[in-house]
Ligand binder design. Structure first.
Ligand SMILES: [Ca+2]
Ligand SMILES: [Ca+2]
Ligand SMILES: [Ca+2]
Length: 463
């Protein structure tokens, strides 16, 4: 018995040292370090293969990480190509995974700087070779964008219409942000449609024919996130004042370098009126900056305090900011800080399908004096809605049903709200019945769901 206790001791000590708890409202989040000792993690994405995909800015590598055991496999090494000086912001930066990765389009997009004396930025795609666990066949999509040691943008966001948005910084040539002939200081939009032959081309409905330019007047945007109602939110670094949170729309002008933050100074107001400048939803104010990096829209029920809010990882002020919005998503209504000075500078954030949050840290001081790690935050008390054959207590038909069918729910009071969640408990549809029916609008992909009315529920199959 004594022997067993001794054998167990190191294990428990390890657990206590590495598990920490954070109370947020009514939820206790458990902190766990997934991996440490990285060479400036810049992008983290939850992959369609249930691995965490990361880029490391200075090392120039892409890796897949098994979050259960922290095992990391380098699947691409661009160290011989990239320009990544130590005291700078350049290197291997943004990454995006094709929305149809598991469906015939195993493409991974990267943004990086290259060329030592006259640095440029390029946007490329690679194919994932699952047999050898490597990225292969580089295809340069946009080449020779002006770069610099800092202000390079490089956040990528693929959308369901098979286009991808790309942020570029002003590359320290501030006036070019207002000039549509330059690709710097912009949001760009490119086709990633692998079916119609337009992959890599300028989408036909871009505002300027044969130009990737989608919006202008940006300084250095390093956050892009898709929110409800197809709203594209973007975070942006200010110079000495006015970091911004914007809604990105086609053809808009966001003001830089002539306007910082809101149109609130006399000179700005005139410029704003003459040039139809789009103001931000939020600014860090006219006194200081916080250095916002990535943003995500968190919509999972496992952390109710964060559900349906925008989370922003912040570098200089070393915190996570939660933004709440009006129902239409157009107005910011509340701003709250979390984890201030807890893990140093927070570069990037992503969420797994079961609602766990992953944060990439970039050390305590600029540019990268460790720790450079990835932290997991989870609500261990959360129990996803589980259902067994026995607990079916509601008659619905037809079942299975097509994703755009009319579903009848056999319940006497027909004014109740119907909730449809996936098996992880994520709410997808919440709608009032009409005449004991709801009309599905094609938004549910094939699979199994849980339909709930009050405390009754049933398994629902979409075919
Ligand atoms: Ca990310
Ligand atoms: Ca602006
Ligand atoms: Ca201003």
């Amino acid at each position: 018995m004594k022997k067993i206790l001794l054998a167990l001791l190191p294990f428990f000590t390890y657990q206590i040292l590495n598990a920490q708890e954070h109370v947020i409202g009514n939820t206790t989040l458990t902190e766990r370090e997934v991996v440490n000792g990285l060479d400036v993690p810049w992008e983290i994405k939850w992959g369609p293969d249930d691995y965490l995909w990361i880029t490391e800015r200075e090392a120039g590598t892409v890796s897949r990480i098994n979050v259960e055991n922290g095992e990391r496999h380098v699947i691409l090494d661009l160290s011989s190509i990239i320009y990544s000086p130590q005291y700078a912001e350049a290197g291997l930066l943004g990454m995006e995974i094709h929305p149809e990765f598991n469906n015939g389009a195993p493409y991974v997009f990267l943004a990086y700087t290259y060329g030592n004396n006259n640095p440029k930025e390029r946007i490329v795609s690679f194919e994932y070779d699952s047999t050898n666990d490597q990225l292969i066949n580089e295809d340069i999509l946009i080449d020779s964008i002006d770069a610099a040691t800092t202000h390079i943008g490089c956040r990528l966001l693929a959308l369901d219409d098979l286009t991808m948005l790309i942020t570029t910084g002003d590359a320290q040539q501030v006036e070019n942000s207002q000039n549509p002939n330059f690709l710097t200081g912009k949001t760009l939009r490119i086709s990633i449609n692998h079916i119609d032959g337009s992959f890599g081309d300028v989408p036909l409905d871009n505002p300027i024919q044969q130009s990737y330019v989608y919006s202008i007047g940006h300084r250095n945007s390093q956050g892009l996130a898709l929110g409800p109602n197809n709203i594209i939110y973007s975070s942006e670094h200010g110079a000495d004042t006015d970091d911004e949170l914007n809604i990105i729309s086609m053809e808009n002008n966001y003001g830089w370098p002539d306007v910082e933050g809101f149109c609130n100074y006399a000179s700005e107001i005139e410029y704003c009126n003459n040039n139809d400048i789009t103001e931000p939803l939020w600014s860090s104010g006219t006194q200081s900056t916080i250095a916002p990096s990535d943003i995500i829209w968190y919509d999972h029920p496992s952390i109710p305090e964060f559900q349906n809010t925008l989370l922003m990882s912040v570098l200089k002020d070393k915190k996570l900011v939660r933004f709440k919005f009006s129902d239409d998503g157009q107005t910011m209504t509340e701003e709250d800080d979390f984890f201030v000075n807890t893990w140093g500078r927070l570069r990037d954030i992503c969420v797994s399908p079961d609602g766990k949050i992953y944060i990439a840290t970039n050390g305590n001081s600029w540019p990268s004096q460790g720790p450079n790690e990835i932290i997991e935050l989870s609500n261990e008390a959360y129990e996803p809605v589980a259902i067994t054959e026995n607990s079916i207590s509601l008659n619905i038909y037809p079942n299975p049903i097509y994703s755009n069918g009319a579903l009848t729910i056999d319940i006497p009071n027909s004014n109740q709200v119907v909730e449809i969640t996936d098996l992880a408990g994520k709410l997808i549809i919440s709608e009032k019945m009409k005449n004991q029916q709801i009309q599905l609008d094609g938004n549910l992909s094939k699979g199994t769901y849980i339909l709930k009315v009050g405390n009754l529920n049933s398994k629902l199959i979409i075919q």
